[in-house]
Design a protein around this ligand. Sequence first.
Ligand SMILES: [Zn+2]
Length: 389
Amino acid sequence: MKLANDYKKILKTLGFNLAKQQPKHIKRQEGNPLQISSITEERKHKILENTGVIISPRNKEHRQKYFAGLKPYKFLLSLIDENLTSDKNILFEGIAKSFVAEFTKSIDLICNIYQAEQIPEIYGIVPNQLNDNGKRSYITTGVSCMQGKVKRFFDVYKDTQDLQLITLEDKDGNLYGRALLWSDRHNHNPVSTITYKDDTNEVEKIDTKIEKKFYLDRIYIADALCGTDKIKAVYQAKVFNFVCEVLGVDSVPCYSSKHLANIKSVNVDKGSRVPTDFYPLIRGEALDYDFYPYCDTFQGLDGATWYEDGDECEVKLTETDGQNANATGCNCEDCGDRVHEDEIYFAEQDEQYLCENCCTFSEYEDQYINNNYIREHRSTGDIMHEDNL
Ligand SMILES: [Zn+2]
């Protein structure tokens, strides 16, 4: 690998002691392009002694079984052998930073587009591990708190009309970036409406061409890939331009537009807000899901629609543990139903919190009573607790 050799020379020129055992057969690791595969002469000998295996750098199994797979920083560190003084440490850190940037820059990435049904699968990929599907996600929980969460958190995405996910992947399908592409509910309205002319009662067809509205949500890029904000923006621009191309438009409103504004190749409006009157549509019932994702942009669900501001919604998506933030955790102690905190009643005598179906207010006793313990006073008809008869 030329890059590794170039940096070895740089380290030597700048006065670093090179390690006696230098890594050999240096290659980008197959299946994990953010790591470097190599082996030292010493290790080759040891393997021969212990197992009789003659290491071949072209043998895939040998690569997997016997070679070291190092992150670029660790790899660079393995080239030298000395205790770094603080001056030299600063120098090394600088060299390492530029090595990591150059190493990651050359990874070939492509954009892909996925439909709503596939979204839970992609969010479910656990960061930095080889997953069931043989792919890795480099989007760590440090970048997006939702990556790697259980799939059922994202059922609500599956049911969102025309929601799409744009990804940044390498040729093996490993994930380096992603962004939700929201579609306004009116995108699918009929293009014409029928009205009656006032004076003649004559039917007139008016074409109301409805402009399609989209919103590109925050573009997440793997930390391991970027290092700096500037490099990150270059990758974000790749996703942004891909979306414009797919939609056949010059530009699209985007959450990450502030980052993108400094990149020349994108045509982005500086505003990052969702367009007015933009509400994606849920095909299911918003309250029927057992779990919900945390959301940056559309933080609320009201019946069948997504809302930007979560405060006025039935379901507020500001929790990372799959909960609805509006559900305050009040459960009726008799039937177990979950109810809003304003609709729970304290039955003093039995010290129970109850829902409206499980208790009745007694004017006579001035307290709520669990329906199971209610008795009627034989002569007055007043409702009483059975213990007070
Ligand atoms: Zn109840």
